[in-house]
Design a protein around this ligand. Structure first.
Ligand code: SAH
Length: 265
């Protein structure tokens, strides 16, 4: 009887261990994850990909297939830090992801940048995360935590940045491709005053609403990442109109860079 019990216990323990470690085995096949905020930022990728299936998880569609010879998962998360971090976390927990690319549009911050220039992020930050005091705003980063920690940049993978930058040069030319800091926050910036703040405080080249959120999750999961953004506007008083006029072409250009990037990997 004791022996039977011991055997049963061993079987049950093995089953428990297998089902727990099963979280790490999502089918074995490795994918490159591609995420954007909006449909217009992945449209060109979907058109060019061979999509095997589309799975809906947490209300968003995950397109599973191949693009430029690579296994890919393509999704759009919705706009802002909450949706972006949720989208990327869901992707990591559902599929076996080796690298993550964010593709999309942004507002230009650095003086030398023009609408339709491409910015490949070397590092990203959450510009709206911190402490609001009587004397103003003190920037603190999300990780490792608020309090005594100074603000923090999240660094993109250097090799992926180099490949993405070279791809950007091929698509938009040397004069229109930049590498630099991208500032993320839950606000569409349409203010010259705030653009000056982002420039002087963080040395930002561009601002958007998802990059640092995705980066924070990639760092937790230890997945190398890069953020590729085309400028739809200059984050100034004209930003809304410019965004409406250029979202299609800017969103498409970032997709074309992603495709060159995939070919070079
Ligand atoms: N009018 C649009 C607004 C989209 S928000 C709508 O209601 O659907 C802008 C999106 O593009 C975000 O995903 C953000 O990452 C990026 N973006 C482009 N220009 C930006 C800017 N000036 N400030 C912040 N985000 C910007």
């Amino acid at each position: 009887m004791k022996r039977i019990l011991a055997i049963l216990t061993a079987i049950v323990s093995a089953f428990v261990i297998l089902s727990v470690s099963g979280c790490d085995d999502k089918g074995g096949k490795e994918y490159i994850g591609i995420i954007s905020a909006m449909d217009k930022e992945i449209e060109v990728l979907i058109e060019n990909a061979d999509i095997e299936k589309v799975e809906t998880v947490g209300g968003e569609k995950y397109h599973v297939g191949t693009l430029c010879g690579k296994n890919v998962i393509i999704t759009k998360s919705g706009i802002g830090k909450v949706r972006a971090s949720s989208g990327v976390t869901t992707m990591f927990n559902t599929y076996n992801i080796s690298k993550l690319i964010f593709t999309g549009v942004a507002g230009g911050v650095a003086d030398e940048t023009e609408v339709l220039d491409e910015i490949v992020a070397t590092r990203v930050l959450e510009h709206d995360y911190g402490i609001r005091t009587n004397d103003g705003f003190i920037w603190r980063s999300g990780d490792p935590g608020i309090g005594d920690t100074p603000g923090e940049y999240y660094y993109c993978d250097k090799d992926l940045v180099d490949i993405a930058y070279n791809a950007a040069v091929e698509v938009v030319g040397n004069d229109h491709a930049y590498m630099g800091t991208i500032a993320t926050g839950d606000q569409f910036i349409a203010s010259e005053e705030y653009v000056n703040y982002l420039k002087t405080e963080y040395d930002a080249y561009a601002c958007e609403m998802e990059g640092a959120a995705v980066a924070a999750i990639c760092i937790k999961y230890q997945i190398p990442f890069v953020v590729i953004r085309a400028l739809s506007d200059k984050a100034d008083g004209n930003a809304h109109e410019s965004y409406d006029n250029f979202i299609d072409i800017a969103g498409g250009n970032s997709c074309r860079i992603v495709m060159k990037f995939l070919k070079s990997l």
